[in-house]
Design a protein around this ligand. Structure first.
Ligand code: NAG
Ligand code: NAG
Ligand code: NAG
Length: 443
């Protein structure tokens, strides 16, 4: 998995120490890089991951309600004799493989489903009405367990501790923040996360150094007027007209106040008020989301959203209050990949998949991901894993679609990448320590 030529001497050390070396003595990187992938493709790992993924797919649970999912994970960790901490952040599970001491490197999988009714007719369709793993988190859990199984088999060769983070509530609930608040990752120096992507083929990955996803938050506002007869508007204060003006004014914030070269989005996606033709309602509720590539921009947007809603409502003689859900849905920071980890990723993925299957200039996306919370305090790396169906002409169903189908052939790639990334990271970490200590010795 680690093909760095300069680590050649390390491989010799590893070779001498390890009974079943996962690092080949030769510098033929392909030989050892395919090792974990070969293991992950074996029925013992692959079929097992598929089974777990389908089980979780049939029983989707929303954020902070992943009780059964958490149980499935713990049962498998028990069978693998992997110790874990539970509960962390309500339903979260944190497993440990390796020496139990420093350095610590983490792998993260999110566990929550979405309030979506599955529309795919298949044997393992969601059994819960209105809930579906439409974002592939079922596959994320299965792949992290796959990595755990592989790593456990090679535990003696892990020079440090791999921390397995099964995290609740990625979809808006900020589960990552709660995991961090619990302190379980205090000693972790790097963290990796992945997301299935149905637009790129199985066997390919995509990422980049720097910003890959925007940060974001949601808002909701209640605009209050005075209800009355729709035919006698002069006796009412119409919140529908006020809210309509608010929506138009909100559109001017990004278009007129933001630097066109600094991507930002403000969308009003909720507009509720009134229920009948001849009554002006008392109030209208609007809401939406805003995204940007820095926390500073997000804070500016937040301030302007509140000002514009209250100010514009006042122009229309209405009162407004704005809620940003600071407690239950914390503002997600942008997802920013560490540059050194990017180099490591390109090496590891290149050896595992072939360098042509590693897209290193991923187009950033205005979507958000709570993995960003980890990256605020730990060097972190997030990448997209190809899950496109083999048949090229078939239309691709995007994430969050009720028609999403996960191509299970992609599972071994995620498991092998997870396992290779942390193994490689720990090797590199040891190497750097050795280098620093060596330098110290020279002086
Ligand atoms: C972090 O490391 C310190 C010192 O080695 C140790 O006392 C503590 O238990 C560790 N914390 C975690 C969460 O691993
Ligand atoms: C807005 O708030 C003020 C001050 O509390 C109140 O006097 C007024 O009636 C409110 N107007 C509406 C439309 O709710
Ligand atoms: C995926 O590809 C297989 C084989 O080509 C096909 O049978 C299956 O229907 C496809 N599924 C989806 C949802 O794309």
């Amino acid at each position: 998995m680690c093909s760095f030529k300069k680590w050649f001497h390390l491989f010799i050390i590893f070779h001498a120490l390890a009974a079943t070396p996962i690092f080949s003595l030769t510098d033929s990187s392909d030989q050892h890089s395919t090792n974990f992938l070969d293991i992950a493709k074996k029925a013992e790992v692959f079929d097992w991951m598929v089974k777990i993924r389908r089980k979780i797919h049939e029983n989707p649970e929303l954020g902070y309600e992943e009780f059964k999912t958490s149980e499935v994970i713990r049962a498998e960790l028990d069978k693998l004799s992997i110790p874990y901490q539970h509960p962390v952040a309500v339903t979260g599970v944190i497993g440990f493989i390796g020496t139990g001491s420093s350095p610590f490197v983490a792998l993260r999988a999110d566990m929550d489903a979405l309030p979506v009714q599955e529309m795919v007719e298949w044997e393992h369709k969601s059994k819960v009405a209105g809930k579906m793993h439409a974002c592939g988190h079922d596959a994320h859990v299965a792949m992290l367990l796959g990595a755990a199984k592989i790593l456990k088999q090679h535990e003696k060769e892990i020079h440090g501790t791999v921390v397995l983070v099964f995290q609740p509530a990625e979809e808006g609930g900020g589960g990552a923040k709660k995991i961090l608040d619990g302190g379980a990752l205090n000693n972790v120096t790097a963290i990796f996360g992945l997301h299935v992507l149905p637009t790129i083929p199985v066997g390919e990955v995509s990422s980049k150094a720097g910003a890959v996803l925007a940060g974001g938050a949601d808002f909701e506002a209640i605009i209050r007027g005075k209800g009355g007869h729709a035919a006698i508007p002069q006796l009412s204060i119409d919140p529908v007209v006020a809210a309509s003006n608010v929506v138009i004014s909100l559109q001017n914030i990004v278009s007129r106040e933001a630097d066109p070269l600094d991507p930002q989005v403000l969308t009003v996606s909720k507009f509720q008020g009134g229920g009948t033709f001849n009554v002006i309602p008392d109030s209208v509720t609007i809401g939406g989301t805003f995204r940007a590539f820095s926390t500073e921009r997000l804070e500016q947007l937040k301030q302007r959203i509140e000002q514009v809603i209250i100010g514009e409502a006042a122009v229309q003689r209405c009162n407004a209050s704005v809620n940003f859900f600071d407690e239950e849905k914390p503002l997600y920071p942008p997802t920013i990949n560490d540059g050194d980890l990017h180099k490591l990723f390109v090496d590891v993925a290149g050896n595992l998949l072939g360098i042509n299957n590693v897209i290193t200039n991923m187009q950033p996306d205005m979507a958000s991901e709570d993995f960003a919370f980890y990256q605020e305090v730990i060097a972190g790396y997030y990448f997209a894993l190809g899950m496109k169906n083999g048949s090229a002409d078939e239309p691709v169903q995007p994430l969050h679609s009720p028609y999403l189908v996960i191509n299970e052939d992609g599972l071994p790639y995620g498991a092998a990448l997870h396992a290779s990334l942390v193994t490689c990271y720990l090797t590199k970490y040891q190497h750097n320590i050795a280098k620093v200590e060596g330098k110290h010795h020279d002086q």
